[in-house]
Design a protein around this ligand. Structure first.
Ligand SMILES: Nc1ncnc2c1ncn2[C@@H]1O[C@H](COP(=O)(O)OP(=O)(O)O)[C@@H](O)[C@H]1O
Ligand SMILES: [Mg+2]
Length: 456
């Protein structure tokens, strides 16, 4: 049984055959237990009526039985001495024991129908045998005779028989046809799904499935299409990510290669040598920072929640951060302030530090000399709020949505001089959402930017 189609067809046909057999056995049992005795009783009554009729009729024995046989009955009349006479349709089997004839001649009624063996598989009702009859005594010309009678079933039921057979045959043919076609209808979408799966495995995400069905298969097709769309998105994001990473790595590498070549030149002044070495150093620092950021992102992507939770003194953390970045903001003559409540928070210390560090260095980086950076941290009913506000270059509204994307930089052309990778805010966002918090940005170009972080 190779395909689902054949499987369903075979199983359905098996069910049909099994239920026919069970129905046949059931109806046979019904005949044996209920119909047979009542049939015998009915025919016994008829046989007695025939005898009565004969007694009242004033015609000869043979013409009486010939006429009665025409009403669809079969008779065997005997006085126990000769061979006896048969009337009506021929019996298929004429065997009848002499004792039976003798006992009927003695006045007993023979119930051949009720006694007909019930072991036979074919319903006894249709058995055209002399033993399957009713025997009653009858007096003909003053001599005791035995009369055996059975209805001529073949004649009585001929039309019904044909009708029933046609009905049965048509039922079988039509149900088989319907099974063949309906199974095709059932199996077709599954075949289509299989083809679609293969396409996706081969990298072709543009599958087209019939999603109009309201049943489970329709739902499956719908989820399958959704899944393939998502896969397509993930795939294009992956490709974009790889090309971004390569680009970010390529730039410092080629500048390192260039300066390393220059260092080879024998007629190089001491200052030039120092400068080239410094560039190579700073480029490798840049590369190392980039790879660290990528590793952080990769490890954050794996996590569904914060892996380590401990009480963190956020106020102290921010104060330390200001001290550590001092050489950066003092060099640009920025005024940095922090207004903070005593705030302790349960979270991942290193990750939170990274997030705040990114926000602070961004503000320092994107604020021209002489500007202000104001931070505030306070506790509220719903959680902790951290606000960092600068008087920097701001973010144009059309870029606002994308700054949290990986590798996104507002000013690509100046990214190198600003030592910018575009990964910082995507890491911040990831860390905040791992803590189930939120981050919002408000900004006016050339006026300043405000980032608001809320932690539950
Ligand atoms: N405080 C800020 N003021 C102005 N622009 C900002 C600020 N913070 C972030 N940005 C913009 O958002 C972009 C993404 O930031 P980020 O992901 O930290 O990358 P990076 O700092 O490496 O450039 C930056 O390139 C910058 O254009
Ligand atoms: Mg940054």
């Amino acid at each position: 049984m190779r395909t689902l189609y054949i499987r369903i067809v075979v199983v359905t046909l098996l069910i049909m055959v099994t239920s026919s057999v069970v129905a046949f056995i059931g109806s046979n049992l019904y005949y044996q237990m209920i119909l047979k005795p009542s049939n015998d009783e009915k025919n016994t009554e008829i046989a007695r009526d025939v005898v009565e009729l004969y007694n009242e009729a004033s015609i000869g024995e043979s013409s009486f039985f010939e006429k009665t046989a025409k009403l669809s009955y079969q008779f065997y009349v005997t006085d126990g001495k000769g061979a006896g006479t048969f009337y009506g349709e021929e019996f298929r089997d004429r065997t009848l024991s002499p004792e039976v004839i003798r006992s009927v001649l003695n006045g007993t009624t023979y119930h051949g129908m009720a006694e007909y063996p019930s072991t036979t598989f074919v319903t006894g009702f249709f058995s055209n045998e002399l033993s399957n009859s009713i025997g009653v005594p009858i007096e003909i010309g003053g001599v005791p005779h035995a009369m055996f009678m059975r209805p001529n079933v073949k004649q009585q039921f001929n039309e019904i028989h044909i009708l029933l057979s046609v009905l049965l045959l048509l039922t079988i043919v039509f149900s088989m046809l319907i099974v063949f076609f309906s199974t095709r209808y059932l199996v077709k979408p599954i075949r289509e799904l299989t083809v679609a799966t293969k396409n996706i495995a081969g990298g072709d995400y543009s599958i087209q499935l019939n999603e109009n069905r309201k049943d489970e298969i329709g739902t499956l097709a719908k989820s399958f299409t959704t899944m393939s769309r998502q896969l397509m998105q993930v795939e294009s994001m992956r490709q974009e990510f790889v090309s971004n990473v390569s680009h970010e790595i390529q730039t410092p590498l080629s500048s390192m290669k260039g300066y390393a070549n220059l260092l080879r030149s024998p007629s190089l002044s001491k200052e030039d040598q120092d400068y080239y070495t410094k560039v190579i150093e700073s480029e490798s620092t840049r590369l190392s920072k980039l790879s660290k950021q990528l590793l952080t992102l990769a490890s954050l992507d794996k996590d569904r929640g914060v892996t380590k939770s401990e009480p963190v003194d956020l106020t102290k953390m921010l104060q330390a951060l200001i001290v550590q970045t001092r050489w950066l903001w003092e060099g640009k003559d920025l005024a940095v302030s922090l207004e903070a409540d005593e705030v302790k928070y349960i979270g991942h210390e290193e990750l939170l530090y990274q997030a705040f560090e990114n926000l602070v260095t961004n503000s320092i980086k994107y604020t021209p000399a002489g500007g202000d950076i104001n931070m505030s941290l306070y506790k509220e009913q719903k959680g902790i709020t951290f606000i960092i506000e600068d008087t920097g270059i701001g973010i144009p509204p059309e870029h606002m949505e994308k700054i949290f994307d990986r590798f996104y930089k507002v000013d690509e052309s100046r990214s190198h001089e600003r030592d910018s990778s575009g990964l910082g805010l995507s890491i911040v966002k990831k860390i905040i959402s791992l803590h189930h918090g939120n981050i919002h940005v408000k900004s006016l170009p050339n006026r300043g930017t405000t980032f608001t972080v809320t932690l539950p």
